[in-house]
Design a protein around this ligand. Structure first.
Ligand SMILES: C[S@@+](CC[C@H](N)C(=O)[O-])C[C@H]1O[C@@H](n2cnc3c(N)ncnc32)[C@H](O)[C@@H]1O
Length: 194
């Protein structure tokens, strides 16, 4: 990215933010990890963003604060966000929905704190209609769940949470057909808060 060749998923994240048309939006990244999307948005989003990052892992937040001391970070759970309704222009789920077993609650919480838009970035979805499945892998020093979504179920839950689909982008390849027997991909979804 710094040498002018950003990874496609980073460009897609910035494009989704730009597609909201909001100048320097207040954006919360949910599941921010080490916080590097704060740098991505500063560099690639046309007007930048007013960034807050949350993650339920205290060591991740400690690392994010160390790396990006000027940005705002907090420990927080995607399924019980500590912010009032409509606190941000954009709730950006930063590639964490796939790790949250109660994803329905996480979608509702994102919709609650967002005044204008929700972006669910690089969500693993099946190419064809197939039920949502839960895989397990070892990552971040622990066993974690990795969910591949039934796209129609994901969209139905989002709609019930009061979100209206504006646009989606195919994100970087994510095909776990070798494990599931069904082709999958990752997709970034931009919603309006209805
Ligand atoms: C794949 S990483 C993404 C990190 C960062 N957004 C990125 O793209 O590099 C997923 C992150 O989600 C966090 N996470 C998982 N479940 C969470 C939850 N319920 N609430 C908040 N964060 C969560 C993990 O701690 C991890 O840092």
């Amino acid at each position: 990215m710094k040498s002018g060749e950003p990874r496609p998923d980073l460009e897609i994240a910035a494009e989704a933010v730009a597609a909201t048309g909001i100048d320097r939006p207040r954006l919360i990244e949910i599941g921010c990890g080490s916080g590097y999307y704060s740098e991505v948005f500063a560099q690639l989003a046309p007007s930048g963003v007013q960034y807050t990052g949350i993650d339920y892992s205290p060591p991740m937040i400690a690392r994010a604060r160390e790396r990006y001391p000027a940005a705002e970070f907090a420990v927080g759970d995607a399924t019980a966000l500590q912010y009032p309704d409509n606190s941000f222009d954009i709730a950006f789920n930063g590639v964490s929905l796939m790790h949250i077993i109660d994803y329905e609650k996480a979608i509702r919480e994102a919709a609650r704190v967002a005044a204008r838009h929700c972006i669910f970035h690089s969500v693993p979805v099946f190419d064809e209609h197939h039920r949502t499945i839960f895989l397990q892998k070892y990552a971040y020093g622990a066993p974690v769940v990795e969910i591949v979504f039934d796209r129609r179920e994901f969209l139905a839950i989002s709609e019930t949470a009061g979100l209206r689909l504006v646009r989606s982008w195919k994100s970087i390849p994510y095909d776990v057909a070798a494990i599931t027997g069904h082709p999958s991909r990752s997709e970034t979804f931009l919603f309006s808060v209805a």
